[in-house]
Ligand binder design. Structure first.
Ligand code: COA
Length: 548
């Protein structure tokens, strides 16, 4: 084994080119000619092959680096052993056939055909392909009737080593296409007809000169410098996600450029071209589907990378009918999803012994009738939560992740989830800590009724620090409520039921109230959540402590 440098071979005159993909990894065993990385100009993407069989011991470049001929991109332990002496390391690039296969900056040369008025039709011929012959056309980048600018890609051809685009020699209109996908091309073959507008009298005076002016008069070196200069002006790394290691993207330079501009990750785009090649249409289709998915998720799925849910045709299973969502339903759905996606949720469960609380509450029945207010468990829960929020203020916060700040609230407003025929509404009771049980009973009943009657004002649904969602009047043993962001916790209350509770000597029948506290784990840690539910069970277990 002999270690040798892997160098960038002749780039057909191009000055500097960008590495867009690293194919081989350190430790990989490769055969001679196996691709190590992919280089890209704005005209061609080229694979840099291994100069010999062996083991890659080092890769010294990364995606996005610019390299030029002779640069070392890594080290190879050549498998040939003694042959290492015969073939000195820096002769490797010259020894490989690849340089010939790399596209010099080709320009197709239009040959004059006929003239009509101020424009002429010319046959664009295949330019030099650096000695390569019979290269298949894998993509037609234009259609008959298209208007193109000089340098726009006309067709893409691909050998087993390089993909290259044949650019328009001048601005004009595409006439007849003379090739189709799958055809093989060699230098000098007819490609297509182009209608080129005459811009002055030089065309009449010197038709030959016009034909070869602009492009043909450039030296290969001068042309080859363009890609490097242009690619240098492209934003580096801002929107371009390099493919995941090992993911081979099959796409031409123009498609890659488009993907970079649109911020599309080509490793996620399914190619519809030959051999799974990605076309511009595929990129547009991918971006469109991403936007649609984001909209279906109320905009919240943007950037989350979560694929949308595809709906089957339900009518194949039986009769269905469709109905538009109410605005409230659509808004609630978007809010729920936003909260679920943004907040790392954890739910802490506990049971509160409310036997005595219920005795007290029921004893208030007559008083309630006099006042015209029904005392339900909810005012006790409100009072207990207000006390717990005061004692554990880390629950009375919101997170400002943009500014990396915690917003601490000096007030205690609590939202109550109300089930209404038109959807879930959450009116807010202000300054719960400063109100008595009767006041809270009256206010919660009034707000719940307003919610059912669609009479709530926007201000009555804003400003909550915490939410209580009680399903106790309906049933269930526990649930995992979704935090009503930007609050950081929500208390779910299920149906109280008699349970045998061990008092140290015997089981006692006690009325136990199941509590489910969901919280934002970014703001609240698990120990504090257990402290919070502990405190609630103490306060509800002995409501005299609510007075303290
Ligand atoms: N366990 C056992 N019984 C309970 C209970 C509990 N946790 N909570 C209430 N009850 C009882 C009440 O005492 C009352 O019984 P009573 O008539 O014999 O006295 C009965 O259930 C009905 O109470 P309710 O009218 O629901 O009053 P409330 O003050 O407990 O609740 C609302 C008020 C607004 C919270 C409630 O009507 C509501 O809408 N709950 C649903 C909230 C919701 O949908 N949440 C889901 C969000 S995802």
């Amino acid at each position: 084994m002999s270690e040798q440098e892997i160098k960038v071979p002749d780039l057909g005159g191009a000055d500097e080119v960008e590495i867009i993909e690293i194919i081989a990894s350190e430790g990989d065993t490769v055969e001679a000619e196996d691709p190590i990385l992919t280089l890209e100009t704005d005209k061609a993407s080229v694979e840099l092959p291994s100069p010999e069989a062996g083991k890659i011991t080092k890769i010294t470049v990364k995606v996005g680096d610019k390299v030029k001929e002779g640069d070392v991109i890594g080290m190879l332990d050549a498998a040939g052993g003694a042959s290492g002496d015969e073939a000195p390391s820096d002769s490797a690039p010259e020894a490989e056939p690849e340089p010939q296969e790399q596209p010099a900056a080709q320009e197709s040369k239009p040959a004059p055909k006929k003239k009509s008025g101020g424009s002429r039709t010319e046959v664009v011929k295949v330019p030099s392909l650096d000695g390569m012959e019979n290269i298949p056309v894998i993509e037609l980048n234009v259609s008959e009737g298209d208007t193109v600018e000089q340098e726009d890609a006309l067709v893409t051809v691909e050998s087993d080593k390089a993909t290259m685009e044949i650019p328009a020699p001048a601005s004009g209109k595409i006439g007849k296409l003379l090739v189709k996908e799958g055809d093989t091309l060699s230098e000098g073959d007819d490609l297509l007809e182009m209608i080129i507008e005459d811009d002055g009298d030089s065309a009449d005076d010197e038709p030959e000169a016009e034909t070869s002016s602009g492009q043909a008069s450039e030296t290969p070196e001068a042309k080859a410098e363009k890609p490097a200069a242009e690619s240098a002006s492209q934003p580096q790394g801002a929107t371009y996600e390099p493919p995941a290691p090992g993911t081979k993207v099959h796409a031409g330079p123009a498609v890659r450029k488009l993907a970079r501009e649109l911020g599309a990750d080509l490793t996620r785009v399914k190619g519809s071209g030959p051999k799974g090649r990605i076309t511009k249409d595929d990129v547009h289709g991918y971006v469109k589907s991403q936007l649609q998915q984001a909209q279906q998720g109320g905009g919240v799925a943007t950037g989350s990378g979560i694929p949308g849910v595809k709906l089957p045709d339900f009518s194949q299973f039986g009769e269905v009918e469709r109905e538009g969502m109410s605005r409230m339903m659509a808004v609630t759905a978007a809010n729920m999803q936003r909260s679920w996606l943004n907040v790392p949720h954890v739910t802490q469960f506990d049971d509160a012994d409310i036997t005595e609380m219920e005795d007290f509450r029921k004893a208030q029945k007559a008083a309630g009738e006099k006042r015209g207010v029904k005392m339900t468990p909810l005012p006790f829960l409100l009072k207990a939560c207000a006390a717990a929020l005061a004692e554990l203020p880390q629950f009375n916060v919101s997170l400002d992740m943009e500014r990396k700040e915690v917003v601490r609230k000096k007030y205690i407003h609590i939202g109550i989830a109300v089930d209404t025929p038109h959807g879930l509404m959450v009116p807010v009771i202000r300054d719960v800590d400063q109100k008595g049980l009767w006041e809270l009973a009256a206010e919660s009943a009034e707000l719940a009724q307003k919610a059912r009657d669609k009479q709530l004002k926007p201000a009555e649904m804003q400003g909550a620090c915490f939410t209580i969602t009680s399903l106790g009047g309906i049933g269930g043993t526990a649930f995992t409520p979704i935090v009503n962001t930007p609050e950081v916790a929500i208390l779910g209350v299920s149906k109280a039921s008699m349970k045998p509770v061990w008092d140290g000597k015997e089981f006692q029948p006690r009325l136990m109230l199941p509590l489910s506290l969901s919280y934002d784990h970014r703001a609240v840690n698990g120990a504090d959540a257990a402290r919070f539910t502990n405190l609630l069970t103490q306060l509800l277990g002995d409501i005299r402590t609510l007075l303290l």
